[in-house]
Structure formats: C-alpha cells, structure tokens
Design a binder for this molecule. Structure first.
Ligand code: PLP
Length: 361
C-alpha cells in the first residue's frame, strides 16, 4: 500500500480514498465490459445509465425539486461567469452582484462585459473579513437577478445563511461549498459549481437551474453555453467529461453511505469548529474572519511571525500535511477541508501546529 498523505489543497482537492480505490479496481474492466469507463461511447446504454444514475443520486442528496434541471457541463465555474448573464438575459440588462472576495470579483468582471452590474454590497469596507448583512444590500429594482458567492475559497468567507431576495432569481457560485451540508435548493434560481473542490475531478461543472430560467438566451449564444440545449440533450449535446462524471457519481454514492448531507454536515461542522477553536485560543496563530462569516471548507490562518512560514510549510510537508500554503494573493496559510478530508486530519494538523508553535517559542 502506498501512503496517502493529508492533502489540504484548495482544488483540485483530495477525493475520498474509498472512491479512488473503487475507480482503481474498475479501471481496466468496468462492469465486465473489458474496457474502462473512459473508453466507452457516451451514447452507449451503459454510459447513459451511468449519467442518469449520477443525476438521480445528486438529486436525492440535495433533494432537488422536480422543476429544476441538473446539468453536467464543461468549462469550469469560470465559464459560467459569462454563461449566466447570457442565458438569463441575453445581451444587455442589469443584475445585482454581491462582492465578498476574489471569486465574486471575477464573476462581476466577466458579467460586466455583457450587462450592467450593480454591486449591491461589498465586503471591501471590512477588508473582506465579513459577509455584508442583507440589511446593507442596495438591491436595484431594475436588476434581473442577484448573484452571490456563498463560499469564498481564497478568503475563507462563507455565508452561514441564505439571502432572501423575494421573487428574483438568486444565482450562487457554490464551487467550494455545494454538498458540504443540506441545502434548500428552492431558495435559488441557479446554483453552479466547478467539481474539483467538493464533487469530483476537474472537467465537470454542475448546474442546478430552475425551469423558468431556461430559454431566455440570445440567439448568438454559443450552442455549448446554452442551458436549454444542455437540458434538451440530457447534458450530452456533445461528448461530456465521462470520467469526471463517473468519479463524481462514485462520490455521490460515497456521500450517501456516510449518511447523506445531514451526516456530512455534522462532521464538517465539527472539523471546522475544532480548527477555529484551536487557532482562536493560540497566541501564535490567527484567523482574520469574523466569526459569523467563517468558512467550513477553507480556513485561512497566519503565523505570529511570517518569517516562519517557510519552516512551517516544510515541517508540515514532512509530517504528511500537504498544500497548506495560502493563495498567493493573500499569503499565510490555508487549510481546505472539504468532505473528503477525514476528521483525523484535523487532529493531526492541530497536533503539528501546536508542536511547531512550542518549538518556535
Ligand atoms: C475554484 C473556484 C472557481 C473557479 O472554478 P474553475 O472551475 O476553475 O473555473 C470559481 N468560484 C469559486 C468559488 C471557486 O472556488
């Protein structure tokens, strides 16, 4: 057995070992076909059954209402930054965006090429340390939808509540938080997520879109970006990322075996609480995020003295704790602890942090 380390990478992120073992066991001969799942036609009965099963399993996990479509597309969450305005409005119009960090700013920048963006609220004034309360949002009646980023993967800022914006569609980039806990899908018009954080390998993007939001795209919209086309073709207008969908499907089944999202949420909450409590109690480490906005999935922290960062990271690596370096734009450290990260990894991390801080004095 090769040794698996604890990989705190923000994405592509660690996958459940059990899922990788199953994929390995099935790699050369999937379901007795004498071929891998990567090598069969996406139009075959076998793959068609696989993609429908993945959709069914995801629907069950999230309790997706019938009047929502689940779409498996490509291009990552970043492609959706453009596809969303173009599908929901065509060219022109206006939408409200809430700025909570780097990913919402990227969404704003891209959407601004196609419509007028009203930045309804920004965490800039608090140094991106707290999600702006909804009472401070300046929503514009002329806007067609409201876009939020429920978990800012880089900054470590998360909404621990769902905005209530009335009848307009709420659009959410859930790339790094979808499946971390139960979710009331009916509160959203559109949910999207790149898979490589909490769902599966990169190459797959998951969309959950309310029926009435389909069919508004401008005729010039590239076919491959058109949600209606994806929906009409069961997410197979062209060749889908078959292996990514297969692996995501195994992750959905793994989640079901853990007890579904209520059970995984309990574990995620415990994992995050434990790490935040340790950081808060330590004079050596700090986390800059307001307690009402702290991410369960991405936990940034700083050492008292940043000249020790390199030694901290090298020691962590040697202790089997990989990829704890913070994003280059914010520095410091970041522990990404998605569903696949076992609770034991948090204990190991805290043990290492404690040890390091004692030795550093
Ligand atoms: C990673 C990430 C993205 C970018 O995803 P890609 O699939 O690489 O385009 C966008 N938004 C959030 C919140 C992310 O975490």
């Amino acid at each position: 057995m090769t040794q698996r380390i604890y990989n705190f990478c923000s994405g592509p992120a660690a996958l459940p070992t059990e899922v990788l073992e199953q994929a390995r066991a099935e790699l050369l001969d999937w379901r007795g076909l004498g071929m891998s799942v990567m090598e069969i036609s996406h139009r075959s009965d076998e793959f068609t059954a696989l993609i429908r099963q993945a959709e069914t399993d995801l629907r069950r996990l999230l309790d997706v209402p019938d009047h929502y479509r689940v779409l498996f597309v490509q291009g990552g969450a970043s492609t959706q930054f453009a596809a969303i305005p173009l599908n929901l409005l065509g060219l022109g119009g206006q939408a409200d965006y809430v700025d909570t960090g780097i990913w919402s700013r990227k969404a704003i920048e891209e959407a601004s090429r196609y419509l007028k963006v009203n930045v309804a609220a920004s965490a800039k004034s608090n140094g991106y340390s707290q999600v702006p309360a909804q009472s401070e949002w300046q929503l514009d009646p002329a806007s067609a939808y409201v876009h939020v980023t429920p978990n800012e993967t880089i900054g470590g800022l998360e909404y621990l509540w769902t905005p209530d914006i009335g009848t307009k569609p709420l659009v959410a980039d859930m790339s790094s938080t979808l499946l971390s806990r139960p979710l009331d899908v009916s509160r959203f018009g559109l949910i999207y997520a790149g898979a490589q954080k909490n769902i599966g390998p990169s190459g797959l993007t998951v969309l959950i879109v309310r029926d009435d939001l389909l069919g508004h795209a401008s005729p010039q919209l590239p076919t491959m970006l058109n949600y209606q086309v994806a929906a009409d073709n069961g997410s197979m207008y062209n060749t889908p990322p078959t292996f990514s969908i297969y692996l995501a499907g195994l992750v959905f089944q793994w989640l079901e075996r853990q007890g579904g999202l209520p059970a995984i949420a309990e574990i995620n909450r415990r994992k995050a609480d434990k790490l935040y409590q340790y950081i808060d109690a330590s004079p050596f480490y700090s986390n800059p995020i307001h307690p009402d906005s702290r991410s369960w999935m991405n936990i940034p922290f700083r050492l008292r003295d940043e000249s020790l960062d390199k030694a901290f990271l090298a020691g962590a690596e040697a202790a089997g704790l990989a990829n704890l370096q913070g994003h280059r734009s914010v520095g410091g450290m970041r522990a990404s602890i998605y569903n696949a990260m076992p609770e034991a990894a948090i204990d190991r991390l805290i043990e290492y942090m404690d040890d390091f801080s004692r030795k550093a004095g």
